[in-house]
Design a binder for this molecule. Structure first.
Ligand SMILES: [Mg+2]
Length: 238
Protein backbone atom coordinates (compact mmCIF):
# COMPACT_ATOMS: atom_id res chain seq x y z
CA UNK A 1 0.00 0.00 0.00
CA UNK A 2 1.34 3.42 -0.97
CA UNK A 3 0.06 6.76 0.31
CA UNK A 4 0.29 9.88 -1.85
CA UNK A 5 -2.09 12.23 -0.02
CA UNK A 6 -3.27 12.35 3.60
CA UNK A 7 -6.47 10.36 4.11
CA UNK A 8 -9.45 11.86 5.91
CA UNK A 9 -12.54 10.22 7.38
CA UNK A 10 -13.96 7.49 5.17
CA UNK A 11 -17.70 7.07 5.69
CA UNK A 12 -18.51 5.18 2.49
CA UNK A 13 -16.67 3.43 -0.35
CA UNK A 14 -17.59 3.45 -4.03
CA UNK A 15 -16.16 0.88 -6.44
CA UNK A 16 -15.55 0.66 -10.12
CA UNK A 17 -16.43 -2.87 -11.38
CA UNK A 18 -14.54 -3.85 -14.56
CA UNK A 19 -10.84 -4.59 -13.95
CA UNK A 20 -11.20 -3.46 -10.34
CA UNK A 21 -13.11 -6.39 -8.84
CA UNK A 22 -12.29 -8.95 -11.60
CA UNK A 23 -10.21 -9.26 -14.75
CA UNK A 24 -12.57 -8.00 -17.44
CA UNK A 25 -10.34 -8.71 -20.44
CA UNK A 26 -11.19 -12.40 -20.98
CA UNK A 27 -14.86 -11.60 -20.36
CA UNK A 28 -14.89 -8.97 -23.11
CA UNK A 29 -12.95 -11.15 -25.55
CA UNK A 30 -15.36 -14.06 -25.17
CA UNK A 31 -18.44 -11.82 -25.17
CA UNK A 32 -17.38 -10.09 -28.41
CA UNK A 33 -16.80 -13.44 -30.14
CA UNK A 34 -20.17 -14.80 -29.02
CA UNK A 35 -21.95 -11.57 -29.99
CA UNK A 36 -20.54 -11.56 -33.51
CA UNK A 37 -21.38 -15.26 -33.90
CA UNK A 38 -24.95 -14.50 -32.83
CA UNK A 39 -25.34 -11.80 -35.49
CA UNK A 40 -23.75 -14.01 -38.18
CA UNK A 41 -26.18 -16.81 -37.37
CA UNK A 42 -29.19 -14.56 -37.02
CA UNK A 43 -29.75 -13.99 -40.72
CA UNK A 44 -28.15 -15.41 -43.90
CA UNK A 45 -27.37 -11.88 -45.14
CA UNK A 46 -25.10 -11.40 -42.13
CA UNK A 47 -23.11 -14.63 -42.47
CA UNK A 48 -19.97 -12.63 -43.32
CA UNK A 49 -20.46 -9.93 -40.68
CA UNK A 50 -17.17 -9.28 -38.86
CA UNK A 51 -15.93 -7.41 -35.80
CA UNK A 52 -14.56 -4.63 -38.02
CA UNK A 53 -18.00 -4.15 -39.56
CA UNK A 54 -19.49 -3.81 -36.10
CA UNK A 55 -16.79 -1.31 -35.06
CA UNK A 56 -17.48 0.76 -38.17
CA UNK A 57 -21.20 0.93 -37.36
CA UNK A 58 -20.41 1.95 -33.79
CA UNK A 59 -18.19 4.79 -34.99
CA UNK A 60 -20.80 5.88 -37.52
CA UNK A 61 -23.39 6.18 -34.73
CA UNK A 62 -20.96 8.01 -32.47
CA UNK A 63 -20.37 10.58 -35.20
CA UNK A 64 -24.08 11.10 -35.65
CA UNK A 65 -24.83 11.13 -31.91
CA UNK A 66 -21.69 12.17 -30.01
CA UNK A 67 -23.23 11.47 -26.57
CA UNK A 68 -24.27 7.92 -27.31
CA UNK A 69 -21.05 6.52 -25.83
CA UNK A 70 -22.23 7.28 -22.29
CA UNK A 71 -24.65 4.35 -22.52
CA UNK A 72 -22.63 1.43 -23.86
CA UNK A 73 -25.62 -0.93 -23.84
CA UNK A 74 -27.82 1.35 -25.93
CA UNK A 75 -24.87 2.13 -28.22
CA UNK A 76 -24.42 -1.58 -28.85
CA UNK A 77 -28.13 -2.24 -29.32
CA UNK A 78 -28.41 0.53 -31.89
CA UNK A 79 -25.30 -0.72 -33.71
CA UNK A 80 -26.73 -4.23 -34.02
CA UNK A 81 -30.06 -2.80 -35.13
CA UNK A 82 -28.29 -0.83 -37.84
CA UNK A 83 -26.40 -3.93 -38.99
CA UNK A 84 -29.72 -5.75 -39.39
CA UNK A 85 -31.33 -2.81 -41.21
CA UNK A 86 -28.34 -2.57 -43.56
CA UNK A 87 -28.72 -6.29 -44.26
CA UNK A 88 -32.25 -5.62 -45.51
CA UNK A 89 -34.40 -6.54 -42.51
CA UNK A 90 -37.54 -4.48 -41.84
CA UNK A 91 -37.58 -1.95 -38.99
CA UNK A 92 -39.60 -4.28 -36.76
CA UNK A 93 -37.46 -7.30 -37.54
CA UNK A 94 -34.27 -5.32 -36.89
CA UNK A 95 -35.58 -4.07 -33.54
CA UNK A 96 -36.57 -7.61 -32.55
CA UNK A 97 -33.21 -9.00 -33.69
CA UNK A 98 -31.30 -6.35 -31.79
CA UNK A 99 -33.27 -7.17 -28.64
CA UNK A 100 -32.44 -10.87 -28.99
CA UNK A 101 -28.79 -10.06 -29.68
CA UNK A 102 -28.67 -7.98 -26.50
CA UNK A 103 -30.20 -10.81 -24.46
CA UNK A 104 -27.43 -13.07 -25.74
CA UNK A 105 -24.84 -10.36 -25.06
CA UNK A 106 -26.05 -9.92 -21.47
CA UNK A 107 -25.65 -13.64 -20.78
CA UNK A 108 -21.99 -13.64 -21.79
CA UNK A 109 -21.18 -10.20 -20.43
CA UNK A 110 -21.99 -11.19 -16.86
CA UNK A 111 -20.48 -14.69 -16.94
CA UNK A 112 -17.70 -13.65 -14.58
CA UNK A 113 -15.69 -15.63 -12.05
CA UNK A 114 -15.08 -13.78 -8.81
CA UNK A 115 -12.08 -14.78 -6.71
CA UNK A 116 -12.91 -15.96 -3.15
CA UNK A 117 -10.61 -13.24 -1.71
CA UNK A 118 -12.71 -10.60 -3.47
CA UNK A 119 -15.87 -11.92 -1.83
CA UNK A 120 -14.12 -11.97 1.55
CA UNK A 121 -12.82 -8.43 1.19
CA UNK A 122 -16.17 -7.00 0.02
CA UNK A 123 -18.05 -8.82 2.75
CA UNK A 124 -15.68 -7.44 5.41
CA UNK A 125 -15.86 -3.91 3.98
CA UNK A 126 -19.65 -4.02 3.64
CA UNK A 127 -19.92 -4.84 7.35
CA UNK A 128 -18.07 -1.61 8.16
CA UNK A 129 -19.16 0.97 5.58
CA UNK A 130 -21.87 1.38 2.95
CA UNK A 131 -20.52 0.27 -0.45
CA UNK A 132 -21.70 1.47 -3.86
CA UNK A 133 -20.75 0.33 -7.38
CA UNK A 134 -20.25 2.95 -10.11
CA UNK A 135 -19.68 1.57 -13.58
CA UNK A 136 -19.31 2.81 -17.14
CA UNK A 137 -19.85 -0.76 -18.33
CA UNK A 138 -22.76 -3.15 -18.60
CA UNK A 139 -21.86 -6.13 -16.43
CA UNK A 140 -24.67 -7.02 -13.99
CA UNK A 141 -23.32 -7.79 -10.48
CA UNK A 142 -26.57 -9.61 -9.70
CA UNK A 143 -25.49 -12.31 -12.16
CA UNK A 144 -22.07 -12.95 -10.59
CA UNK A 145 -22.84 -12.66 -6.92
CA UNK A 146 -21.54 -9.18 -6.06
CA UNK A 147 -24.79 -7.18 -5.89
CA UNK A 148 -25.42 -8.18 -2.27
CA UNK A 149 -22.44 -6.12 -1.05
CA UNK A 150 -23.64 -2.85 -2.57
CA UNK A 151 -26.30 -0.47 -1.25
CA UNK A 152 -26.94 0.45 -4.87
CA UNK A 153 -25.32 0.31 -8.29
CA UNK A 154 -24.96 3.28 -10.63
CA UNK A 155 -24.58 2.75 -14.35
CA UNK A 156 -23.50 5.24 -17.00
CA UNK A 157 -26.45 5.92 -19.29
CA UNK A 158 -29.43 5.43 -16.99
CA UNK A 159 -27.66 7.19 -14.08
CA UNK A 160 -25.87 9.96 -15.95
CA UNK A 161 -22.87 10.57 -18.14
CA UNK A 162 -19.99 8.14 -17.90
CA UNK A 163 -16.99 8.68 -15.61
CA UNK A 164 -14.87 10.87 -15.46
CA UNK A 165 -17.94 13.18 -15.63
CA UNK A 166 -19.15 13.78 -12.10
CA UNK A 167 -22.82 12.77 -12.60
CA UNK A 168 -22.60 9.38 -10.91
CA UNK A 169 -20.15 10.52 -8.23
CA UNK A 170 -22.53 13.33 -7.29
CA UNK A 171 -25.51 10.97 -7.36
CA UNK A 172 -23.73 8.47 -5.11
CA UNK A 173 -22.94 11.16 -2.52
CA UNK A 174 -26.49 12.47 -2.68
CA UNK A 175 -28.14 9.07 -2.32
CA UNK A 176 -25.80 8.09 0.51
CA UNK A 177 -26.30 11.45 2.22
CA UNK A 178 -22.52 11.61 2.74
CA UNK A 179 -20.19 14.46 1.77
CA UNK A 180 -17.92 13.82 -1.24
CA UNK A 181 -14.81 14.30 0.91
CA UNK A 182 -15.86 11.39 3.16
CA UNK A 183 -16.21 8.95 0.26
CA UNK A 184 -13.34 6.82 -0.99
CA UNK A 185 -13.61 5.79 -4.64
CA UNK A 186 -11.67 2.68 -5.67
CA UNK A 187 -10.84 1.96 -9.29
CA UNK A 188 -8.23 0.80 -11.80
CA UNK A 189 -8.47 3.69 -14.25
CA UNK A 190 -6.39 6.81 -13.59
CA UNK A 191 -8.64 9.02 -15.68
CA UNK A 192 -12.20 7.82 -15.20
CA UNK A 193 -11.78 6.68 -11.60
CA UNK A 194 -8.90 8.58 -10.00
CA UNK A 195 -9.05 11.95 -11.79
CA UNK A 196 -12.86 11.88 -12.09
CA UNK A 197 -13.48 11.23 -8.38
CA UNK A 198 -10.71 13.59 -7.23
CA UNK A 199 -12.11 16.46 -9.29
CA UNK A 200 -15.43 16.21 -7.53
CA UNK A 201 -13.80 16.18 -4.12
CA UNK A 202 -13.67 12.48 -3.22
CA UNK A 203 -10.74 10.58 -1.84
CA UNK A 204 -9.40 8.01 -4.25
CA UNK A 205 -7.70 4.65 -4.22
CA UNK A 206 -5.98 3.36 -7.33
CA UNK A 207 -6.07 -0.42 -7.56
CA UNK A 208 -3.00 -1.50 -9.46
CA UNK A 209 -3.58 -5.15 -10.30
CA UNK A 210 -1.09 -5.41 -13.16
CA UNK A 211 2.09 -4.08 -11.65
CA UNK A 212 1.86 -0.63 -13.28
CA UNK A 213 4.01 2.26 -12.13
CA UNK A 214 2.11 5.45 -11.42
CA UNK A 215 5.13 7.56 -12.25
CA UNK A 216 5.47 6.04 -15.72
CA UNK A 217 1.86 5.98 -16.87
CA UNK A 218 0.87 8.69 -19.35
CA UNK A 219 -2.60 9.38 -17.97
CA UNK A 220 -1.53 9.69 -14.33
CA UNK A 221 -1.95 13.44 -14.07
CA UNK A 222 -3.49 13.47 -10.61
CA UNK A 223 -2.17 11.42 -7.74
CA UNK A 224 -4.66 9.22 -5.87
CA UNK A 225 -4.72 9.26 -2.08
CA UNK A 226 -3.47 5.71 -2.02
CA UNK A 227 -2.48 2.81 -4.22
CA UNK A 228 -3.13 -0.85 -3.47
CA UNK A 229 -2.36 -4.03 -5.38
CA UNK A 230 -4.91 -6.24 -3.58
CA UNK A 231 -8.43 -5.44 -2.48
CA UNK A 232 -7.73 -7.10 0.88
CA UNK A 233 -5.41 -4.19 1.77
CA UNK A 234 -8.49 -1.99 2.15
CA UNK A 235 -9.86 -4.24 4.88
CA UNK A 236 -6.88 -3.47 7.11
CA UNK A 237 -7.19 0.24 6.36
CA UNK A 238 -10.91 0.75 7.08
MG1 LIG B 1 -12.34 -0.32 -14.55
Amino acid sequence: MKFYRPLGTISAITFDLDDTLYDNRPVIRRTELESIAFVQNYHPALREFQVVDFQRLRQELRQEEPDIYHDVTEWRRRSVERALLNAGLSGDAATRGAREAMENFALWRSRIEIAPETHQALEALASKRPLVAITNGNADPQQFGLAKYFRFILRAGPDGRSKPFNDMYALAAQRLGIAHREILHVGDDLTTDVAGALRCGMQTCWINLRGGNLMHIDDSRLLPHLEISRLASLVTLI
